[in-house]
Ligand binder design. Structure first.
Ligand code: FMN
Length: 148
């Protein structure tokens, strides 16, 4: 059993749906998991795996609900943290999935360890992004459990 902190960035709710589906998948496999819609450092366990699940808005910006958190991370040493990234975006924008790329870079710069390459979900091609996200997470869990 592992512990996950799902950190959500969402404006219109799609990433929230994805986070809920990921939570369900993890709980069904007896992992411990919390979903954070207003992420705050004090409420996050740094020994858990952080699962970033964020869309992109504006011109490549992070959703409002996660911006303050992202700023906070820039000043920290997070070398104990391991993380996964799922980005939702629309490939018709030049700044495709740039919000999730920003989060990834902020965490890497803070010393956190990315456990596998990020999943970028193009909502143009995947009208039900939670299906792709759950499949990806399940595949990572399978690989991770085999190598653990
Ligand atoms: C006003 C607006 C701006 C957007 N800008 C971007 C963008 O810069 N890059 C991108 O990849 N997707 C962009 N998108 C697409 C959203 O990221 C996508 O629709 C996503 O599924 C929204 O998820 P959410 O409901 O969790 O916020 C934009 C969508 C809107 C409505």
């Amino acid at each position: 059993m592992a512990k996950f902190e799902i950190i959500v960035g969402s404006v219109l709710g799609a990433s929230e749906y994805v986070a809920d589906a990921l939570q369900e998948t993890l709980l069904s496999q007896t992992h411990s998991v919390a979903v954070h819609l207003t992420p705050e450092l004090n409420n996050l366990d740094q020994s858990a795996t952080w699962l970033i699940c964020t869309s992109t808005h504006g011109a490549g910006d992070l959703p409002d609900n996660i911006q303050a958190f992202a700023e906070q991370l820039k000043t920290l040493n997070l070398s104990k943290v391991t993380f996964l990234v799922i980005g939702l975006g629309d490939s018709s924008y030049d700044t495709y999935c740039y919000g999730s790329i920003q989060m990834e870079n902020i965490l890497l710069n803070a010393g956190a360890k990315l456990l596998c390459p990020a999943l970028h979900i193009d909502v143009l091609n995947h009208p039900i992004p939670e299906d792709v996200a759950v499949e990806w997470l399940q595949s990572w869990l399978n690989t991770h459990e085999q190598s653990a």
